[in-house]
Design a protein around this ligand. Sequence first.
Ligand SMILES: [Zn+2]
Length: 233
Amino acid sequence: MNTETLKIKKNKHNLNGFTIDDIGDDHLLTGLETPMKKDAFKLSDSDKKERITFLFEEIMDVLGLDLTDDSLKGTPQRVAKMYVDEIFAGLNPANKPKIALFDNKYKYNQMLVEKNITFYSNCEHHFVPIIGKAHVAYISSGKVIGLSKLNRIVQYYAKRPQVQERLTNQIANELKTILNTNDVAVIIDAKHLCVSSRGIKDDTSSTVTTFYGGEFNSADKIRELQHYINTSG
Ligand SMILES: [Zn+2]
């Protein structure tokens, strides 16, 4: 048995007495932070790409694919590059967007809503896409943020293996910290390809998650926010 197989055997996670088969497609959420190993960044990005290339080649080989075929031979390397540089780049804090704040010179004191932010993420239980829209809002506590930065924060946290509940809370938490206020709201409406393209194969359902902090906990504010989101811009 090689070391990789051993590792998988040993990793019979503590799942509260359930097996992975018992849990099936029901998604578990274990915490706000993305579960990372302590030595997550011991390997450089190029070492990670080299290792993933090797391992993905193994997966394709086990599936019986002919890696000498011209169409397939570059795939392991492409997947490795895509994982590290693109779709999972948000695992690395070095890729976190640098955010500059400005004084709220206009004394704008109503909610600001950035809506319909399209994002692509991946379900951490199946490693297939989550495609959705995020709407984020805040009320300034004295500072304002560049609008594109709201978009960048959403994209950064989306570029991780995710569960939608955690993605929602991670975005909200980041906004609260950066803007120094609890008055933030995040609404996410997303399709999970692990639900629509396989498993239960429900093509029409989508999942909505919300975070309402501070001022956004009032029924009036939620109604106002919903109104802006539902009005076409
Ligand atoms: Zn899934």
